[in-house]
Ligand binder design. Sequence first.
Ligand SMILES: *Cc1c(COP(=O)(O)O)cnc(C)c1O
Length: 401
Amino acid sequence: MNNRTLLNIAKEFGSPVYVYDADTIINQYKRLTSAFSKVNNLKINYAVKALSNISVLKLFNSLGSGIDTVSIQEVQLGLRAGFKPENIIFTPNGVSLEEIENVAKLGVQINIDNLSILEQFGTKYPNIPVCIRINPHVMAGGNTNISVGHIDSKFGISIHQIPLLLRIVENTGMHINGIHMHTGSDILDIDVFLYASEILFETAKNFKNLDFIDFGSGFKVPYKSDDIETNIEELGKKLSKRFNEFCKSYGKDLTLAFEPGKFLVSEAGVFLAKVNVVKQTTSTVFAQVDSGFNHLIRPMLYGSQHDILNISNPKGRERFYSVVGYICETDTFANNRRINEINQGDILCFKNAGAYCYSMASNYNSRYRPAEVLVYKGEAHLIRKRETFEDILNNQLEIAI
Ligand SMILES: *Cc1c(COP(=O)(O)O)cnc(C)c1O
């Protein structure tokens, strides 16, 4: 998507607006599947929570992807987008037994991450196959060290509780058909990831009737120039080889599953916002845009750095700007960043805005959530209308006062 295309989109659909490029999503999907082409059964389950627009979900369905969901609402969105229940995995944390039962009734693969629900579910429905989420307690420490961490993470069943888990499975007679891990940390060092995978293989040996092993996600994409990107090709080569060996010793061709969000959609998205005010103070030049953390919270929530380009004046002299928003709260997108000269009315383009951006937007300050546009087969399609005042009032009740 070049600057002209983006400026036209901002003109046609207004600002602020999220724009996603379908070709980039398709390329990332293909990169991942070709890295694992040596595995007989590969399943990519796109993590819906990264970007959950129904048109984006339909794009993934057309690619042959499945989806990873964390709420029954995401399951329902996926079904509406045309996914078959068997191509959906439900990986919640801390949800009620009732919600899990309701999702299971839809025919969706259940993934359980605690012993209490596992026992209750297994007792009630011994015939519904269940995947279990394991916490291998592995995370990267330093450059090459492998350290044991996340011991207090709320996610997954600790590997130290495997004996207890096995007792529950035996007592209930339930069928475990998948083993899963998702540590949530970035895969920077492939050997650390392979080390965690070994723990998963070791755990898998306890179950005789598996269909798949799900390695979660953690694929890192670069946000700024010196960021490390997960070497997908190297990971694909090494893990595929090891996975195929495991299948041979296990005596069955299992499915290798992944559930990336960020890797598939982050770089496909940009966020366009218009500069309302350029404000010079004694120490700083602020560029204030028609947005804030109500639309893009990652810089404030995680300290993540999104590159910002002035697409209205890409050849302008570079100056230092702090890019901030218009809500009544500190909402700093960037501190003293070198950007081409900014004038009032310019459109700024925030990069890597595909994942965890729109899906985390809110109505704080009673502002409308932005529009979303998908560029698909060379054409810009509006895939979500900008909100209106009706949306702000929706569900509010006025009582007599
Ligand atoms: C959020 C999530 C993912 C996706 O993580 P990314 O870092 O976006 O790839 C995968 N699996 C589960 C269970 C998740 O909660």
